[in-house]
Design a protein around this ligand. Structure first.
Ligand code: SF4
Length: 304
C-alpha cells in the first residue's frame, strides 16, 4: 500500500494524466462547474484519491454493478460525480446505480434527488421506507436516533442492492469519518478499529465500499459548493448530533490547525499497523517468541 495524500508523486501525475485524456474534456456533469485552475486541481485530486482507494483495496475485483447510496449530503453527491466521471473516462468498468432511501423524515424534499438524478442521466432508484416512525417509536425520549436509523437504512440498502443485482453497496464516507470512528472506538469503545474501506457483509453476499476513504472532507465541501449540488439538510430527522462524534471532529480539527498534515499522517498510520508493538496477543504470538541468536550476540543488542 502506498498512500501519498499530499504533494504530487510520479504515480499521482500518471493518474492525473489518465483523468485528463483530452485537453479540457470533462464529463457533462461538470458542464456548469467553474473552469478555474483551482477547481480543476481539486477535481483531479479527488479523482486521484478515489482511484487510489479503488486500487489499494481491490474494489474492482470481479465486481460488475455498484449501488451508490445517495443521502442528499455533500459527500454522496461528490462520490456520485467522481464515479460517473471515472466511468465516462473508461477507468471504472462497472455499472452504476444511484439509490436514495427516503426514510420518511418530516419535510424531506422528495422531488430534489429524482429531479437531479434525471437531469444528469444516471440510472437510479428512489425507495420510500418510513424508518423514521420506527426510530421515533423505539428510541426513548432524549435518546439519539442515529444508530438505529443507520442500521435500518443499511438493511434496506442491502435489500435494494440484491434486488438490483448489485455486488457492492458504495458509500460516501471520507477520511474524517474514518478518523472520527477510529478515535470513538479508541476512547469509548476500548478497541482499535476504524471504518473499513472495503467490507464483506455478514451474509457474505455484498461488499460495502468507501472509495472516498482517502478524500478530505474539506475538499468534498469545496467540491460540492463549486458543483452547486442540491444539498438536502441532514437535520430533518430532528436527531441531536452525536456528541462523541462531534467531540472527535473538534479534536481532529484542533490538531490539524496546530499541526497541518496530521490527519493524513493519522490515516497513513492506519495503513501501517505493527501488531508486535501493540498489546493484543490474538494478533501477535508473544508467548511463541523465541530467542534465535546465540546469547552472546543477543546480549549486545538493545531491546528497544
Ligand atoms: S442524522 Fe437523522 S437521518 Fe441521519 S442517521 Fe441520524 S437519525 Fe438518521
Amino acid at each position: 500500500m502506498n498512500i501519498a495524500f499530499s504533494g504530487q508523486t510520479a504515480e499521482g501525475a500518471e493518474r492525473d494524466d489518465a483523468v485528463e485524456t483530452e485537453e479540457g474534456a470533462v464529463h457533462p456533469i461538470f458542464a456548469s462547474a467553474p473552469r478555474s485552475v483551482s477547481f480543476n486541481k481539486l477535481r483531479k485530486r479527488l479523482l486521484r484519491h478515489v482511484r487510489q482507494a479503488i486500487d489499494d483495496f481491490g474494489m474492482l475485483n470481479g465486481q460488475k454493478r455498484w449501488l451508490i447510496g445517495l443521502s442528499g449530503g455533500k459527500d454522496s453527491y461528490g462520490l456520485l460525480a467522481l464515479l460517473m466521471d471515472l466511468k465516462w473516462r473508461g477507468l471504472l468498468p462497472v455499472e452504476l446505480i444511484a439509490c436514495n432511501l427516503d426514510q420518511g423524515q418530516p419535510n424531506f424534499p422528495k422531488h430534489v434527488l429524482p429531479d437531479y438524478l434525471t437531469s444528469i442521466g444516471i440510472t437510479h432508484r428512489i425507495e420510500y421506507r418510513d424508518t423514521y416512525s420506527i426510530v421515533k417509536e423505539k428510541v426513548p425520549a432524549g435518546g439519539t436516533y442515529c444508530s438505529l436509523c443507520s442500521r435500518l437504512r443499511r438493511g434496506n440498502l442491502y435489500r435494494i442492492a440484491r434486488e438490483e443485482g448489485c455486488d457492492a453497496l458504495v458509500l460516501g464516507h471520507h477520511r474524517e469519518d474514518i478518523l472520527e470512528t477510529f478515535f470513538m472506538n479508541f476512547f469509548h469503545g476500548g478497541r482499535l478499529a476504524a471504518m473499513p474501506a472495503k467490507l464483506l457483509n455478514d451474509e457474505g453476499d455484498l461488499f460495502v465500499m468507501r472509495p472516498l476513504a482517502y478524500a478530505a472532507e474539506d475538499d468534498l465541501a469545496k467540491f460540492a459548493a463549486a458543483m452547486q449540488f442540491p444539498i438536502i439538510p441532514c437535520d430533518l430527522c430532528g436527531s441531536q448530533d452525536g456528541l462523541q462524534r462531534n467531540a472527535m471532529k473538534d479534536m481532529l480539527a484542533g490538531i490539524e490547525a496546530k499541526m497541518p498534515g496530521r490527519k493524513d499522517a493519522m490515516l497513513r498510520a492506519l495503513a501501517h499497523v505493527n501488531p508486535s508493538h501493540l498489546l493484543d496477543p490474538k494478533l501477535f504470538d508473544f508467548s511463541g517468541l523465541n530467542v534465535t541468536k546465540p546469547s552472546q550476540e543477543a546480549g549486545n543488542e538493545e531491546s528497544e
